[in-house]
Design a protein around this ligand. Structure first.
Ligand SMILES: Nc1ncnc2c1ncn2[C@@H]1O[C@H](COP(=O)(O)OP(=O)(O)OP(=O)(O)O)[C@@H](O)[C@H]1O
Ligand SMILES: [Mg+2]
Length: 276
C-alpha cells in the first residue's frame, strides 16, 4: 500500500509569509567572541515558519542549530539580523509563549520529578494543568517516578522529565534541541508518536533540532538542512507524508530514498544559498 509520500526540495527559505509568519528569522547572524578570535556560528539565516507548523532542523555538529534555537527563544541576542515572533522582534525570553527543551535535561537536583514539573508553573505563576501533567507522565512512562530525585533517574528518564516539564506548559511555540537523542530507539519512536499526537491536538508551532534524519522526516512538515559552520540555510524539504503518521511509513522505499538524499546533503555540508 502506498503511503502517498512525496517530498519536494527547495533551496530557498520557502514562501515568505510576511506578517503571517509565527516565527521569522530575518538574516539571523551570530558571531561569538572567543579567545582565538571571532567565530561566525550563524550566517544570514532566513526562514519563515507558519503558525502550527512542525519544522525540523538538521545539520552537522557545530553548525549553529543550538545557536539558532537560542536566538528564537531570546536566550541570547544576535549580532546582526533579527528573529520576529508574531511580527515582534525577539529581545528576551518569552516564557509564556515560548517553551524550550534543551540538549541536556537541566532538572533541579534538589527537587523531585513532580516538583521539577511544578517549578515551571510556579515561576510563571500559572495554575497547574493537573490532568495534562498526569497524561504526560503516563505517556512517558514516568508516572511511577514522581517522587524520585534527578540523581535517581537514568539519563533517558531525566530527558523525558524535561520534555514533560515543557509540554505541560502547552506553550504556543515549542523549541526542542535534540530532545530524544539520549533515548533508546524504541523509546524514541514512542516519544515521536506522543509528540505528534500532542502537536496534532494542540496546534503548537514546533521547531525541532535533531541529528536523526529518519526522525526529522517522520515528524516534519518541512525539514530544514543547514550547512556546516557557519550555519546557513542549505536546503528545505517539504514533507508531504499524510497525517496521522505511523512508523510503517518509515519502511516505505520512497522514505528510505529520501533519507539517503537528505543524508547526502547533510554530509556534503549542503550548498549554501546565496546570501543577497
Ligand atoms: N557561548 C559560545 N561561545 C563561543 N562559541 C560558541 C558558543 N556557543 C557555541 N559556540 C560555537 O558556535 C558554533 C555553533 O555551536 P552550536 O552549539 O550552535 O552548534 P550545534 O549545531 O548545536 O552543534 P551540535 O549538533 O553539536 O549540538 C560551534 O563552533 C561552537 O563551538
Ligand atoms: Mg546543539
Amino acid at each position: 500500500m502506498s503511503t502517498g509520500l512525496a517530498a519536494t526540495g527547495s533551496s530557498t527559505g520557502g514562501e515568505p509569509l510576511g506578517d503571517q509568519a509565527k516565527i521569522r528569522c530575518d538574516q539571523a547572524t551570530k558571531v561569538y567572541e572567543t579567545q582565538t578570535g571571532q567565530l561566525v556560528a550563524l550566517d544570514h539565516f532566513s526562514l519563515d515558519i507558519a503558525a502550527g507548523e512542525l519544522v525540523t532542523i538538521l545539520g552537522p555538529s557545530g553548525c549553529g542549530k543550538t545557536t539558532l534555537l537560542w536566538s528564537m527563544s531570546g536566550l541570547h541576542g544576535l549580532t546582526d539580523g533579527q528573529v520576529l515572533i508574531d511580527g515582534t522582534a525577539v529581545s528576551g525570553p518569552r516564557p509564556d509563549t515560548v517553551g524550550m527543551v534543551f540538549q541536556e535535561a537541566n532538572l533541579l537536583p534538589w527537587r523531585n520529578l513532580r516538583k521539577n514539573i511544578d517549578f515551571a508553573f510556579e515561576i510563571r505563576k500559572k495554575r497547574k494543568n493537573k490532568e495534562r501533567i498526569e497524561h504526560l507522565l503516563e505517556q512517558t512512562g514516568l508516572a511511577g517516578f514522581t517522587k524520585a530525585f534527578p540523581r535517581e533517574l537514568s539519563g533517558g528518564m531525566q530527558q523525558r522529565a524535561s520534555i514533560v516539564r515543557a509540554l505541560a506548559q502547552d506553550p504556543e511555540i515549542l523549541l526542542m534541541d535534540e530532545p530524544f537523542s539520549a533515548l533508546d530507539a524504541f523509546t524514541r519512536d514512542e516519544m515521536n508518536r506522543l509528540l505528534l499526537k500532542l502537536w496534532e491536538e494542540s496546534g503548537q508551532t514546533i521547531v525541532f533540532v535533531t541529528h536523526n534524519i529518519s526522525e526529522a522526516i517522520f515528524l516534519a512538515d518541512r525539514v530544514v538542512v543547514m550547512t556546516a559552520r557557519p550555519g546557513r540555510l542549505a536546503h528545505i524539504y517539504n514533507i508531504d507524508l499524510p497525517r496521522p503518521r505511523n512508523i510503517d511509513m518509515t519502511f516505505e522505499p520512497h522514505f528510505i530514498e529520501l533519507i539517503q538524499d537528505v543524508k547526502r546533503v547533510v554530509e556534503t555540508g549542503g550548498h549554501a544559498i546565496e546570501v543577497e
